[in-house]
Structure formats: C-alpha cells, structure tokens
Design a protein around this ligand. Structure first.
Ligand SMILES: [Zn+2]
Length: 106
C-alpha cells in the first residue's frame, strides 16, 4: 500500500473531491482507507438502556484510488514512488520534490 496510517490525503473523485484529511485506517486487502472526517455516512442509533438514540456520522472506507497523497514536504498532491537505499531498505518518495515520505506514527 502506498498510503499508510497517519498520511494526509486529498480526495480526487466524488462528493468529497478537494477535501483532505488524515488516514485513520488502512485495509490492505480491499485497497481501502478511512480518512478522518471524510466520506461520512449517517448512522441511526436506536435508543438503548442508558443511551439516547440519535444520528451519528461515521467515516466509511473509500478506495485508495480515489485519493492522492499530500506530500508533507511540498504540500502538493503527489504520486508516490519508491527508492531503495544501499542497505536494501525501501522508502516512499515524493515524485515531485523527491523527499522521503515517512508516515506519522501514532
Ligand atoms: Zn513533495
């Protein structure tokens, strides 16, 4: 996966096009991610003991292909490339400014 948890992405297709947010979860198998505050759907909650019912908004996973990474260095929507250093370690790089992209670890 080119997108990792903690990355900032912008949605490029659909109703949330142009909006950006932080990646909260990554589902490698389905190629989907959850972005904080984006691709929301309304969920109706039934009242239960001790809790009022109501409507909450929750993020729904969306396809990685509908998003682009925002480079933490140049702040642009970029394509992600890979570079392999002399130790054989693979890092993600920004194809625009060539800086190494490190996912914000939480
Ligand atoms: Zn960059």
């Amino acid at each position: 996966m080119k997108i990792q948890k903690g990355d900032k992405v912008e949605i490029i297709i659909g109703k949330d096009k142009g909006r950006s947010g932080e990646v909260l979860r990554v589902f490698a198998k389905s190629g989907e991610i959850v972005v904080k505050g984006l691709n929301l759907f309304k969920k109706h909650l039934k009242p239960t003991q001790g809790q009022k019912g109501g409507i909450i908004e929750k993020e729904r996973p969306l396809k990685v292909s509908k998003t682009m990474l925002i480079c933490p260095n140049c702040q642009k929507k970029v394509r992600v490339g890979y570079s392999i250093d002399k130790n054989g370690d693979k890092s993600r790089i920004c194809r625009k400014c060539k800086s190494i992209i490190v996912a914000a670890k939480k």
